[in-house]
Design a protein around this ligand. Structure first.
Ligand SMILES: Cc1ncc(COP(=O)(O)O)c(C=O)c1O
Length: 388
């Protein structure tokens, strides 16, 4: 193709999520369960008061300024590292700022994989993994996220370096969260290999998980030398900061020299990609974490309660009326089970014709309960069952 590099991907890029989101916005009767963002009970995007109170102290000059380094402002990096790992990891580690969780995944993929290498991710997953894989000319292997043996079989299939994405807790779209025992199995498998393994934990939704979702982090203290753990952190969900494009990549490995080398080269990649990130945003999140942490935790627990009430109601009513869902633990979404993608397409169309807007995923229909107020959730399962 003229002007473009030889292997440029010229397939038309259609974002299936944004097209349904826009259709829902244009329908005055819409039940809009398309969003991947948390909305409040009044149907407005949920925001943390503490985040926007702290923002009032940011000066125009701070908003206008470049960040202090391509790898991120040091106070932001320290605050996010502490907030994420909570002193659970004492193995060698470092952190680099990124443009959201997506930017963290970008850094990990760009630095570790060549064209033609293999990436492993769940067969029902956030659609962007597929885009990232094709953009980087990667082979894809997928595993049933409910079947760790299948994950292990895929790992064994890879001849060279293993690059495995695990999106837990609150998996998008299934709401699946692995237990500590499941994490022990995953880490035992990875540690038993005699090839290089990169484990990329996509923890975008971890702050909305219940119980102790970070308990498995302690396993990162016992990794073998051939294992590199990367955590893709997103401020989008944690602070309802979607458009500010902030996140971070945390890397953990037994070799401090490798960690130093990695953060240095990832900084160069950041410098040549986004140059540097949102300075005011980094200052603001640092202030929230260092000076208003208790307020933040209180608001977060209210947001989690709001989400939990919706999910519990929907799951209960779905069970009562026989609407089949994938097994759910925590998070923003639930997913209806579909036998085939043909059945899914027909049903998705019928839902739209009845003003119910959802997102198609492999063998499923994702319902964003994060964006549907409780009064809309009430009775929704039965309505959907009636349209099957
Ligand atoms: C599973 C998953 N990972 C990562 C992200 C990245 O989000 P962001 O780039 O906005 O931080 C998302 C966003 O929807 C997601 O659903």
């Amino acid at each position: 193709m003229k002007f473009l590099k030889t292997n440029e991907n010229t397939d038309r890029y259609i974002d299936n999520v944004f097209s349904v989101v826009n259709a829902a916005k244009a329908d005055p009767e819409a039940i809009n369960a398309t969003a991947g963002c948390l909305y409040d009970e009044q149907g407005k995007l949920f925001t943390f008061n503490c985040v926007y109170e702290a923002e009032k102290n940011i000066t125009p000059a701070q908003k206008a300024a470049y960040a202090t380094s391509p790898s991120g402002n040091r106070p932001y990096l320290d605050a996010i590292m502490k907030f994420t790992l909570e002193d659970r990891v004492y193995n060698h580690r470092d952190i680099i700022a990124s443009a959201g969780g997506t930017g963290a995944i970008f850094l990990a993929v760009k630095t570790c994989l060549n064209d033609g290498d293999t990436i492993i991710y769940p067969s029902i997953a956030w659609g962007n993994y597929k885009n990232i894989a094709s953009e980087n000319n990667l082979n894809v292997l997928t595993y049933d996220p409910y079947d760790l043996d299948e994950m292990f079989a895929r790992i064994d299939e890879v001849k060279g370096k293993v690059f495995l994405i695990v999106n837990s807790p609150c998996q998008n779209p299934l709401g699946l969260s692995y237990s500590f025992e499941e994490w022990e199995r995953i880490m035992n498998k990875i540690n038993s290999l005699d090839k290089e393994v990169i484990l990329l934990c996509d923890i975008a939704y971890i702050d909305y998980a219940n119980d102790d979702p970070k308990k498995y982090f302690k396993l990162f203290n016992y990794i073998k030398d051939n294992v590199l753990v990367m955590l893709a952190v997103s401020c989008s969900k944690a602070f309802s900061y979607y458009g500010q494009r902030l996140g971070a990549l945390i890397i953990i490995n037994n070799d401090p020299e490798f960690i130093d080398l990695y953060t240095n080269l990832a900084s160069r990649l950041a410098r040549t990609t986004w140059s540097n990130l949102n300075n005011a945003g980094m200052i603001n999140i640092t202030s929230v974490l260092n000076e208003h942490y208790d307020d933040y935790k209180k608001e977060l627990s209210e947001a989690k309660k709001m989400l939990k009430d919706r999910v519990e109601l929907f799951v209960r009513q779905a069970k009562d009326c026989g609407l089949e869902l994938y097994k759910f633990s925590d998070g923003f979404f639930v997913t209806l089970k579909m036998d085939s993608n043909e059945q899914r397409d027909t049903y998705h169309r019928r839902l739209i014709d009845n003003h119910i807007y959802t997102i198609k995923v492999n063998k499923g229909i994702r319902l964003g309960l994060c964006s549907t107020p409780l009064k809309i959730v009430d009775g929704l399962a039965e309505k959907m069952k009636g349209l099957e």
